[in-house]
Write a protein that binds this ligand. Sequence first.
Ligand code: FES
Length: 117
Amino acid sequence: MSSDTSSDTPDHIEVVFILADGSRRVCHALQGESVLDAALDNLVPGIMGQCGGGCTCCTCHVYVAAPWFEQLPAPHQDELDLLVYAHEVADNSRLACQIELHKPLSGVLIQVPSAQA
Ligand code: FES
């Protein structure tokens, strides 16, 4: 289970979700899990992941705050093609299922679009 609260272990990565109401939810995920995994394991509202991470639904649309956004690998064409259909797309939009968590992303701020609340 990746919703462990022991953030000190080397394999755990902190993910901070900013919910549509402005509140924050601090979660911990394992290295190699996706932001979608962290959201689903911690019942983060507004991130549904209907296709199970298959990059076919865009119900995992999120905004990734700087400076973490710039650290992400460039999105694949499939992700870019799908983001066109997301609501309220912004320059820092990504699909949570396509973001793999690793140590440099620890503390990453992930904002849930208000349209998904
Ligand atoms: S979960 Fe469907 S595109 Fe991410």
